[in-house]
Design a protein around this ligand. Structure first.
Ligand code: NI
Length: 166
């Protein structure tokens, strides 16, 4: 497992670099991220959240959908989005903070799997939401960036405590 980086660490604001080659180091990182995500009982984790600014994220929606298992997205690209929906989100880098935000309702994403094969996912619901949240991490974007000025003001104290807990 690897420690999860919390809000305030500058790595969360970096634009992550593409993965050039799926080598043993990448496979090891994905294995560590999977163990870290399972341990934290989260739905998704992006490599920058374990201090590695490279373009990988994983999802594990098995807690909300028994047909799901861990999905690995390497060098993901958003092909298309549609609709808008308000849904509650949390983030492992922001323990204790949950907020409803608006994002596209559906997404079509292309990525490379651990096996090196390119795949496409058309998603809606919680899967789309998780994919869009994790993709943002690779751009250095965080869910608090979507908060309204009012909710940001209400959470100012909590965010400050997180950022100074480093
Ligand atoms: Ni997150």
């Amino acid at each position: 497992m690897k420690p999860i980086v919390l809000y305030g660490d500058p790595v969360l604001r970096e634009k992550a670099k593409p993965v050039e080659k799926i080598d043993q180091a990448v496979k090891n990182l994905v294995a560590q991220m999977t163990a870290t995500l399972k341990n934290a009982k989260g739905l998704g984790l992006a490599a920058p959240q374990v201090g590695e600014p490279i373009r990988i994220f994983i999802l594990d929606l098995s807690a909300v959908d028994l047909t799901e298992s861990v999905r690995v997205f390497i060098n993901p690209e958003i092909m298309e989005t549609s609709g808008e929906i308000l849904m509650e989100e949390g983030c492992l880098s922001f323990p204790g903070i949950y907020q409803k935000i608006v994002r596209p309702e559906r997404v079509k994403m292309k990525a490379t799997g651990l096996d090196g094969k390119i795949f496409t996912v058309h998603a809606g619901g919680i899967l789309a939401r998780a994919m869009l949240h994790e993709f943002d991490h690779l751009e250095g974007k965080l869910f608090i960036d979507y908060f309204s000025p009012v909710s940001r003001a209400l959470l100012r104290g909590k965010l400050k405590r997180l950022a100074t807990a480093l």
